[in-house]
Every structure is written in structure tokens, then in C-alpha cells.
Design a protein around this ligand. Structure first.
Ligand SMILES: *[C@@H]1O[C@H](CO)[C@@H](O)[C@H](O)[C@H]1NC(C)=O
Ligand SMILES: *[C@@H]1O[C@H](CO)[C@@H](O)[C@H](O)[C@H]1NC(C)=O
Ligand SMILES: *[C@@H]1O[C@H](CO)[C@@H](O)[C@H](O)[C@H]1NC(C)=O
Ligand SMILES: *[C@@H]1O[C@H](CO)[C@@H](O)[C@H](O)[C@H]1NC(C)=O
Ligand SMILES: *[C@@H]1O[C@H](CO)[C@@H](O)[C@H](O)[C@H]1NC(C)=O
Ligand SMILES: *[C@@H]1O[C@H](CO)[C@@H](O)[C@H](O)[C@H]1NC(C)=O
Ligand SMILES: *[C@@H]1O[C@H](CO)[C@@H](O)[C@H](O)[C@H]1NC(C)=O
Length: 318
């Protein structure tokens, strides 16, 4: 009798999860793709009906070899950690310029679903790297318009002209960087070309290249003259460019609102996980307890890897 009741509840909950897409179990997701090319896919991200939380839908583009995993049309996911704290993603801009003309170029990026933020936990700050000659760059928070920083790159350096520079940090010669002041969900930047005082390296029709990168010394970008001359950022020239992004649930402003009354049905954190407020009422994230080595996925029913006694199963959504 008791067993039937439990089974009924479990079945009802499964329907509930499927229709609302909140805290599904691993079983609910067993029809979902678990990877795209070399990249694992972890809920709340997913591909296909019933496989992702709203705002976290990914696209696997199989026309390339290996296939590439996209979030929106500008953000390529390269890695997702299994406890869903962050993703490593590539955001690049190849900006064609007109030779002989001094132009101004504006570009922007917005987090798909507004659920990613340029990562600045653990001391790894995201930075915008710009490869180009005779340029001034301003970076702005796309939501607040607050200036994140400025940099300038020149190509009048003799060693650069002789194409002898390689493996150098970006320091204003052919390349410069701007650190983000904090996590942002959207940014824009303006590149202004100016006449260089002395003749600079001949860059032909080379594009200005901009991309996000981690500022961790082990992971940051090192500049080669070839990067300046290449047409676009690709694996054989600049190499894989990527940055960390933190993941947040942004359909509610904070944990306490998300845990309240009606909103609770959309609450993303599974039992046994902890809700953590994002800065400035921008949402929340979930984490499994830190006392185990493998934290698990806090967005999945029973996702945290600690022994949850079976009698708590039926009460998860009560
Ligand atoms: C997949 O990538 C190719 C080549 O980059 C592109 O032409 C195509 O539009 C992409 N397809 C989707 C569904 O994004
Ligand atoms: C990218 O997606 C946005 C919103 O979905 C759309 O407005 C834009 O035109 C797309 N850009 C490209 C290059 O496909
Ligand atoms: C670029 O953006 C600035 C504002 O930040 C604006 O004044 C300027 O007209 C824009 N230029 C182009 C070419 O869109
Ligand atoms: C620049 O592009 C134009 C048109 O595509 C081409 O005719 C010209 O040869 C190119 N110049 C260089 C230096 O690559
Ligand atoms: C990468 O860029 C170089 C230089 O522009 C080019 O020769 C090469 O074909 C590119 N590779 C890919 C995979 O696009
Ligand atoms: C959560 O958000 C609500 C509504 O915006 C606000 O009134 C409340 O103070 C916030 N709580 C915390 C702990 O930030
Ligand atoms: C609950 O969610 C709705 C819609 O997302 C929102 O308008 C409301 O402010 C939230 N908070 C409460 C306490 O209902």
C-alpha cells in the first residue's frame, strides 16, 4: 500500500518535472543528448524538448568536425563543469577594417538567456583581448553603461615590425587587454583607429580581433605577430580562446523570493543543495554541499552526491 502511494507520487512528480522543467531527475533526462562533440552537456543546459530549463537551450552544430556546442549564436561552449558552477566559453569578434580608412567599430555581447556572467570568482578575472594596430578601445558594461576600462595598442615597435615578437603578454604592442571590473551579463566596446605617428607594420587587410580570455597567468593569451596578420581567430593561429562564465538562475531576483509561495514551483535548487544569491538582485545559483569531493549537480533531483535517505524522496516538492 505504502509502496503504491510512493510510486504514484513519483509518477506525478515526473509529470510535474517534465511540464515545468524544474529539478528533473537523471531519469527524466535519459532521452536527452549528453554531449556534443567533445563537450558534455549538463542540466540546466540541454538540447531538445524537456531537456533544459527555460533560458538554457543549447544548439549542437554538427556541420563542423568535431561538432560545436553553441549557446545563442555568439557563444561557443567549450566545457561545462559537472557541478554547474561555471562554463568555459569562447566569445570572439573578427572585425573587418577598410585599409587606408580610420574607422570606429562598435561591438556588443549579451549573455544568452541572461544566465551567464563574466566570471570573477576565485580571482580569475575575465578580460577583453584586442589584437590590432593603432587602436583605442573602451569597454562598457552593457546593462549599466559603466566604463570597465580602456586600452590602446600600437604597432610602431621595431621588433614587431620585424615580426620577431612571439609569446609575449598583451602589453599595448600589437595587442592590449581590459579587465572586467566585476561579473557582467552584457558588454559593448568601441574601437577607434588612429593614425600611428611612425609607420607601423604592414597589416594589409588584416582584421581587428577581439575575444574574451581569463587573466589567470596560466591561461592568459600570449601574443605572436602572426595573430596580427591572420584574418580571423582560429585554432591554428590564436588557438582556442576562452573565458570562464558563472551560471545563474535569473527568473527570480534572489533566493528568498524564489523559495516563496507560487514561485517555489520554479525554484531551481534541489533538496540538499544550497541557494546562493547573485550580486545586485540579479538571480541566484545552487551549489551542492562542499563536504564531498564530487559535488554533483544541484539542479537535478537527488543531484547532490550525498546519501539522501529514501523517505525524503516523496517530500522534495511538498
Ligand atoms: C552551423 O555552422 C555552419 C558553419 O559555420 C553554419 O553555416 C550554420 O548556419 C550553423 N548551423 C546552425 C544551426 O547554427
Ligand atoms: C543572433 O541572435 C540574435 C537574437 O537571437 C539575433 O537578433 C541576431 O540577428 C543573431 N545574429 C546572427 C549573426 O545570426
Ligand atoms: C559607436 O558607439 C558610440 C557610443 O558609444 C557612438 O557615439 C558612435 O556613433 C558609434 N559608432 C558607430 C560607427 O556605430
Ligand atoms: C585588400 O583587399 C582588397 C579587396 O578584397 C584586395 O584587392 C587587396 O589586394 C587586399 N590588400 C592586401 C594588402 O591584402
Ligand atoms: C586560420 O587562419 C589562417 C591564417 O589566416 C588560415 O590560413 C587558415 O586557413 C585558418 N584555418 C581555419 C581552420 O580557418
Ligand atoms: C529579495 O528580493 C526582494 C524583491 O526584490 C527584496 O524585497 C528582498 O529584500 C530581497 N532579499 C534579499 C535577501 O536580498
Ligand atoms: C514571483 O514570480 C512572479 C513572476 O515571475 C513575480 O512577479 C513576483 O514578484 C515573484 N514574487 C512573489 C513573492 O510572488
Amino acid at each position: 500500500m505504502r509502496l503504491c502511494w510512493l510510486l504514484f507520487l513519483v509518477a506525478a512528480m515526473a509529470t510535474f518535472h517534465l511540464t515545468l522543467g524544474v529539478r528533473p531527475s537523471a531519469r527524466d533526462l535519459r532521452h536527452c543528448p549528453t554531449s556534443c562533440g567533445d563537450v558534455d552537456i549538463t542540466y540546466p543546459f540541454g538540447i531538445g524538448t524537456g531537456c533544459f530549463r527555460p533560458g538554457f537551450e543549447l544548439i549542437c552544430n554538427t556541420t563542423t568536425k568535431p561538432p560545436k556546442l553553441f549557446f545563442g549564436n555568439t557563444t561557443e561552449i567549450l566545457y561545462q563543469d559537472t557541478d554547474v558552477r561555471y562554463v568555459m566559453a569562447s566569445v570572439v569578434f573578427n572585425i573587418a577594417t577598410t585599409p587606408g580608412l580610420l574607422g570606429t567599430y562598435n561591438r556588443s555581447w549579451q549573455s544568452p538567456g541572461r544566465v551567464l556572467s563574466t566570471y570573477n570568482d576565485y580571482g580569475d578575472i575575465s578580460q577583453l583581448v584586442i589584437v590590432g594596430c593603432g587602436i583605442d578601445v573602451y569597454l562598457f558594461d552593457g546593462d549599466t553603461n559603466i566604463v570597465q576600462g580602456y586600452c590602446r595598442s600600437e604597432c610602431t615597435n621595431l621588433a614587431l615590425k620585424e615580426k620577431k615578437l612571439s609569446g609575449l603578454p598583451c602589453n599595448g604592442i600589437g595587442c592590449c587587454t581590459i579587465d572586467f571590473l566585476g561579473g557582467v551579463r552584457a558588454f559593448r566596446f568601441t574601437i577607434t583607429q588612429r593614425q600611428e605617428t611612425r609607420s607601423s607594420i604592414t597589416v594589409g587587410n588584416a582584421t581587428i580581433k577581439a575575444f574574451l580570455c581569463s587573466n589567470n597567468p596560466l591561461e592568459e593569451f600570449y601574443f605572436n605577430t602572426a595573430d596580427l596578420l591572420s584574418e580571423k581567430i582560429n585554432a591554428s593561429t590564436i588557438g582556442a580562446t576562452w573565458s570562464y562564465f558563472s551560471v545563474a538562475i535569473t527568473d527570480q531576483p534572489n533566493c528568498s523570493i524564489a523559495q516563496l509561495g507560487l514561485n517555489k514551483t520554479h525554484y531551481a535548487c534541489s533538496k540538499g543543495s544550497t541557494c546562493v544569491d547573485e550580486e545586485n538582485q540579479r538571480g541566484y545559483s545552487c551549489t551542492c554541499p562542499a563536504d564531498s569531493f564530487d559535488y554533483g549537480n544541484p539542479y537535478l533531483l537527488h543531484g547532490c552526491k550525498q546519501g539522501i535517505p529514501i523517505q525524503f524522496v516523496a517530500t522534495e516538492n511538498a
